[in-house]
Design a protein around this ligand. Structure first.
Ligand SMILES: [Zn+2]
Length: 296
């Protein structure tokens, strides 16, 4: 729009040069009116505010109209807040379908070969949103930063998975804080948005981790099931098979995956398989994060 406004301005300016004086004044007035209209359309169409919720989180972009009813803030689900048990997804309203699954991808964008971007492209083509949880150590180089930015720009959520993937339980509060804060800062620097999801490496955490997440306003999550790091499933067909048929698959399940080649090879058919079973892959932007009440 801005570009066309410029073209219009140039066109009008060149036209005005040939116009008599009184017409010129008229013409300039028309010109200004038109520009104002163009400017206001521009503001409405493409400023970021229109695609943000009140809390600054982006609006869900997948088509959820057939399964979820959103509240006035644009949320339809919440995540169970006790990751010791699980991190399942539940609807805020009875009218929303509980038969949803959440897709999450850890350790992104892995070195040397991350498949995060390919996975994101396949998901986007199927109208599926997901959370990519990054390790800050992969964001110190241009390649990792670029992949992360591209995935974010495609509309996916970027979560925090620590800087160096340590066992947080073996660390002091300050060490944990460093590990977590560093990655949040990097994500914010790259995307302009603070991550709102945190997953501890190996699913290991303690009360300090909780408190740090509270302070940084992130929800700590674990998962319900995931297979793509186990020896038997480092291959697309086996991974697809177990992902679609296992005892942990149920409404609200939080599925852990990684940006690996076999996951990339299975992901598209996995979406189809889940949909055939009647599941919706929930847009994480429909999931409300908890209120982080700050003591004052
Ligand atoms: Zn991990």
């Amino acid at each position: 729009m801005k570009f066309s406004a410029l073209i219009l301005l140039l066109f009008c300016l060149s036209a005005c040069q040939k116009a008599p004086l009184n017409e010129e004044t008229e013409s300039k007035k028309v010109q200004l009116d038109e520009l104002e209209i163009l400017e206001s359309t521009y503001d409405e169409d493409s400023t970021k505010e229109s695609s943000l919720k009140k809390d600054g989180t982006r609006q869900a972009w997948t088509d959820y109209s057939n399964y979820a009813e959103v509240d006035e803030d644009g949320y339809a689900y919440y995540m169970q807040e006790n990751p010791d048990i699980s991190s399942e997804i539940f609807p805020l309203y009875d009218s929303s379908d509980h038969k949803v699954l959440l897709f999450t991808f850890d350790d992104a964008p892995q070195r040397p070969n991350s498949y995060a971007l390919e996975i994101a492209q396949q998901l986007k083509a199927k109208d599926v949103n997901a959370i990519f949880l990054v390790n800050g150590m992969f964001l110190t180089e241009e390649k990792g930063r670029k992949i992360t930015k591209q995935i974010y720009d495609m509309g996916f959520e970027i979560g925090n998975h620590t800087q160096h993937h340590p066992n947080l339980k073996e660390m002091t509060y300050d060490q944990q804080y460093q590990e977590i804060k560093q990655t949040s800062d990097l994500v914010e620097e790259i995307t302009g948005e603070k991550p709102r999801w945190f997953r501890p490496p190996f699913g290991l955490f303690n009360m300090d981790t909780y408190q740090i997440c509270q302070e940084l306003e992130m929800q700590l999550m674990t998962w319900n099931f995931g297979y793509d790091w186990m020896d038997e499933y480092l291959e697309s067909e086996a991974l697809l098979e177990v992902s679609l048929n296992n005892d942990y698959l149920r409404a609200g399940a939080n599925i852990l995956m990684h940006d690996r080649p076999w996951t990339n090879g299975a992901i598209s058919r996995m979406v189809d398989g889940y949909r055939e079973q009647g599941y919706h892959i929930v847009d994480p932007l429909l999931i409300r994060k908890p209120n982080f009440e700050k003591e004052s």
